[in-house]
Design a protein around this ligand. Structure first.
Ligand SMILES: Nc1ncnc2c1ncn2[C@@H]1O[C@H](COP(=O)(O)OP(=O)(O)OP(=O)(O)O)[C@@H](O)[C@H]1O
Ligand SMILES: [Mg+2]
Length: 246
């Protein structure tokens, strides 16, 4: 297995405060990493270092074997999907135009191919065809999030960064989206980094879970390792109600 992402001794300083220090992990290709930790502990910052939206103050981020400092950011981002909480859809574009935005950039000539891809991704995230021509403000919050996820996936990324993407949806929709995302992950084999503040979601979705607190790694391991061999008190408290059969 080769590494999709490697963080080497990352540090991030804002003003005179070190937000992140001594952060090093390797993420294998095809891994589904969920990231959990208290608010402000640096989860979003860690995520944004992968697509260059945040630059580390120290250390190196390697994506697909290459130091991203030497990469063209536009090229880099083309292979990295990014889905965040709340609506980040283009408000003046329909569902179809939103989802096909990147495929159209890459594939200008073949309109039919793009149209089919839009249908495929709408189906996968559970959006009805009839929503194709609607604008974001004519959709429910859950539907908007699905469009956001379809748009991120339609660019056929190798890596998908998701920052609390299911935050604003109800329990039922959330359950459906989790099932879909798991299926997409298994089918496509892409590498996913997924920030959540819900430990059940982190354990259910992740092949690996990264627990952070105050800019430091508490544990990086499989759900089983976290549940049955927590390495710190913080992790122990986090998972204690999650063990099955209790
Ligand atoms: N541009 C910035 N300038 C100064 N401080 C910042 C900046 N961006 C983030 N921070 C600080 O860095 C810390 C980590 O922020 P980050 O957004 O990574 O947290 P988080 O773990 O994603 O939190 P949440 O769960 O609330 O989303 C916070 O204390 C935040 O206030
Ligand atoms: Mg955040």
């Amino acid at each position: 297995m080769s590494r999709a992402i490697e963080y080497r001794d990352i540090k991030k300083i804002y003003g005179d405060r070190a937000i992140i220090e001594g952060f090093s992990i390797g993420i294998e290709q095809g891994e589904f990493v969920t990231i959990i930790g208290s608010s402000g502990c640096g989860k979003t910052t860690i995520l944004k270092m992968v697509n260059g939206l945040v630059e580390p103050s120290g250390g190196t981020v390697i994506v697909n074997g290459r130091d991203i400092r030497n990469e063209n950011m536009i090229e880099l981002r083309r292979n990295i999907g990014y889905a965040i909480q709340g609506s980040v859809l283009f408000p003046h574009m329909t569902v179809e135009q939103n989802i096909s935005y990147v495929p159209n950039l890459l594939n200008k000539k073949n309109k039919k191919k793009t149209k089919d891809a839009v249908s495929k991704w709408m189906g996968i995230v559970g959006l009805e065809e009839e929503l194709r021509g609607r604008y974001p403000q004519e959709l429910s919050g859950g539907q908007q999030q699905r469009v956001g996820i379809a748009r991120a996936l339609a660019a056929s990324p190798d890596i998908l960064l998701m920052d609390e993407p299911f935050g604003a949806v109800d329990e039922i929709t959330r359950g459906q989206l989790q099932t879909e995302l798991k299926r997409i992950h298994q089918k496509t084999g892409i590498t996913i980094l997924f920030v959540t503040h819900d430990i059940s979601e982190a354990l259910n979705l992740g092949t690996k879970v990264l627990v952070m607190d105050q800019g430091k790694i508490q544990q990086y391991g499989t759900p089983e390792e976290l549940l049955y061999s927590p390495e710190t008190e913080f992790v122990g408290r986090l998972v204690e109600k999650e063990r099955p059969g209790r």
